[in-house]
Design a protein around this ligand. Structure first.
Ligand SMILES: NC(=O)C1=CN([C@@H]2O[C@H](COP(=O)(O)OP(=O)(O)OC[C@H]3O[C@@H](n4cnc5c(N)ncnc54)[C@H](OP(=O)(O)O)[C@@H]3O)[C@@H](O)[C@H]2O)C=CC1
Ligand SMILES: O=C(O)C1=N[C@H](C(=O)O)C[C@H](O)C1
Length: 236
């Protein structure tokens, strides 16, 4: 399968190397738009994987629509309007979109969705994410995804960082740390009176995201047009 990698940054390089080493995959090209490169320069692409920046969404949409090419979108930091455009692209081609392509985080989402209703009346809930000091967006896409898992019906207010004390009622705080070379750490903390439960995922390296994106690419290449998440890829 010929894969075009959009993004010439840290993830683009890890993914490109993994593609070169993995049986059944070939690198159609790595595209860095800030260097004036474009997906349109590439021929014979079976799937586009985007680890870049929301500014490149118009390029992904145009290329995938015109060439009927499946897309795996891993970039984070999209606005609600841009997210709606990604979902709409699924009407034209297969699209997988996730803020986190690791197996562990997708299992953690399920755990959080299951235990939050049990604890929410008596425990305070906070989400803490930690990433390397080069990350552009905060809070992380994964932290927002975990918030949605804990709060599927939007019953909670959420607070980014915190000034002053906790409000009464339903509120989830989200805290972002940027330091060193942390590949990604996400904790959902449930704090009751005299007891603390933490559900935590730690990425040991960026390779877990690249490996997950390749699983999603294999899925997208065989799928019908539609909008899919990594949960569809992993759990059907
Ligand atoms: N879904 C997932 O599992 C994961 C998602 N990510 C997400 O993937 C994305 C890339 O991560 P990472 O590789 O670490 O980031 P980097 O900053 O290392 O790379 C980002 C890439 O996007 C390009 N870029 C940056 N700003 C712009 C802009 N304004 N317009 C066009 N291109 C731009 C950069 O160009 P240049 O090199 O020229 O600066 C670079 O090629 C991020 O959104 C990150 O959150 C990361 C890991 C896992
Ligand atoms: O920028 C990163 O590095 C990561 N970004 C994703 C996010 O914003 O959640 C996923 C992962 O945590 C690494």
């Amino acid at each position: 399968m010929n894969v075009a990698v959009l993004g010439g940054g840290a993830m683009g390089h890890v993914l490109a190397q993994m593609i070169e080493e993995k049986d059944g995959f070939a690198l159609a090209g790595m595209v860095d738009p800030l260097k004036g490169e474009s997906l349109a320069d590439l021929d014979d692409v079976d799937v586009v994987i985007d680890f870049s920046n929301p500014a490149n969404l118009p390029m992904v949409m145009a290329y995938c629509e015109e060439n009927k090419c499946p897309a795996v979108i891993a970039t984070t930091g999209f606005s609600d309007e841009e997210t709606a455009k990604i979902q709409a692209l699924g009407r034209e081609v297969p699209v997988v979109f996730s803020a986190n392509y690791s197996l562990g985080i997708n299992v953690m989402k399920r755990v959080v969705a299951e235990i939050t209703p049990i604890l929410e009346d008596t425990f305070d809930i906070e989400i803490i994410e930690k990433h390397h000091n080069k990350k552009l967006d905060a809070p992380s896409g994964t932290a927002k995804m975990l918030l949605s898992a804990a709060n599927p019906d939007g019953a909670y207010d959420h607070v980014y960082g915190r000034e002053g004390n906790r409000k009464r009622g339903k509120e989830i705080g989200i805290h972002a740390v940027r330091a060193g070379s942390i590949a990604g750490e996400h904790t959902v903390l449930y704090a009751g009176d005299d007891e603390l439960l933490e559900i935590k995922h730690t990425a040991g390296s960026k390779k877990i995201f690249a490996a997950g994106a390749l699983k999603a690419a294999a899925f997208a290449a065989e799928a019908k047009s539609g909008y899919y998440t990594m949960e569809d890829v992993l759990f059907g």
